[in-house]
Design a protein around this ligand. Sequence first.
Ligand SMILES: Nc1ncnc2c1ncn2[C@@H]1O[C@H](COP(=O)(O)OP(=O)(O)OP(=O)(O)O)[C@@H](O)[C@H]1O
Length: 528
Amino acid sequence: MFSFMEMLKSLAPFFTAAVVIVLSPFVKERIPYAVSNYLVSTFNMWLARFCTPHITVVIEEKGELKSNQIYEAAKAHLHTLISDSTKPKRFKVSKEDRQTESTIDIIKDVEVIDYFREIKLKWKLRTEKEEYRYSPTKKYFELSFDKGYEMDVLDSYLDDIVDRYERIQKEDKVVRIYTCKEKNRDRVVYPEKDRDRNVNWSYVNLEHSATIEKLAMNPEQKEMLKDDLDRFLGGKDLYNKVGKSWKRGYLLYGPPGTGKSSLIAAMANYVKFNIYDLNLTAGLSNEDLRSILLSTTDRSILVIEDVDCCTKFYDKEKKHYTFTQSGLLNIMDGLWSSCGDERIIVFTTNHKDQLDPALLRPGRMDVHVHMSYCTMDGFKILASNYLNIEADHQLYRQIEGLLENVEVTPAEIAEELLKSGGTDVVLGGLVKFLEQKTLQKAKAAELKELLKSDDNTDVDVEGFVKFLKQEKLKNAKAAEAEQLLKIDHTYVDVDVDVEGLVKLFKQKKLEDAKAAETVQVNIQKNQN
Ligand SMILES: Nc1ncnc2c1ncn2[C@@H]1O[C@H](COP(=O)(O)OP(=O)(O)OP(=O)(O)O)[C@@H](O)[C@H]1O
């Protein structure tokens, strides 16, 4: 089959003949100059277009192991190109739920034209299925232009595109969070060279507005963190000089709900690095982990959450432990330190005491950050975030006193502050919540003391547990009553006969329903 180009090339003699006829003195005399001029220039254009050989550059999405920066830059460039000006004949439009504007994108095999100086450039997105059934589809761009412009395109045009991409990445970057999809790994055996390509990251934009300033944390800790990140970002020469790889390890530890994940998002927003969230519970072998590490990009944060759980994985099928903390240490000491630049690795744990001491040795994790229960400083930040309180409030002293005596996480406080009602009502609710926690703490301590005492023959543990259960029931009933009454916390008094009240309102609801039913029946009767 003839290709379109070949067909046009074969038509060239006919065009030549046509132009000769048109330009013969006899014909020339009879047609206006403008028309003959137009015909000649059109002919030259056709000739140049179909007879000049051109070059095609292939830009693959991935290199041997990592993604190809020129591909990413080209993708971003084409995206702006077709959004702003040149629309191809066909293009995609999409809009996700929370997006404010729709997104325009290119479709594979559809040509997008760009101009650089006097050079016309044609872009096409291509895809290709690889030889192995489950291996991911290969994507690449084809960039075609006339022969003779190779230097301009490779040295100037593509360099410009990459520079612009890097600048945008640094200044205005939308941070992405990548999670690793490891599908089909067990179903097919890949040749060694293709194993790394099977690491399939999917991403979403990190729409977490967390900033270090907005976190409920000790102010000195925040300053230390920001300084440390700044020094790390600007430390290329220093790292080179001392012969250390340009990486930084952070260990975030503390109880659940103290903001470890929020801090990671805030750090990513601060340094504008993408996050690679590594889920170690997926039963990875050390070899898998090696592939995953190699597939991440520079200027990124690799996150390993709940690192204390690493030793607990037992692969039932393979009947052996897969990934271990010592595997992680080997990776960190060897592979991690030699792959890529400007990398941050963050480990989180709720149980620092359960970590392999080798992981805590100086030099492994450069910075240890303790995420603690909420302090008054932290609370004020949360109150400013959630309730816009910038100055003092009459309940602050009471709250401060309560916070000194009870362990409450910023997550718990945040939940209370999210409740509906004005500032006074919400803070009143928080006071009640903290008082309840204080009471629970006292009771738990009492119980602990009783259980610890040598002379525990007389301790009525069962009775005490029953009492606690009753208290819980009462609280649940109070919540139910509150729901029925739809009133604020402030009016639920401790002396209220909650059970009686619930009963009363249930009865009232029943009566209301019955009355509504009677009205309905009467209407029906009248209609009939
Ligand atoms: N220090 C904090 N400052 C501000 N908000 C916080 C803080 N800690 C927790 N929160 C709030 O609580 C929610 C849950 O916190 P987060 O997931 O960051 O805690 P975590 O320590 O990572 O918990 P886990 O160990 O269970 O993963 C956050 O979305 C945020 O709204």
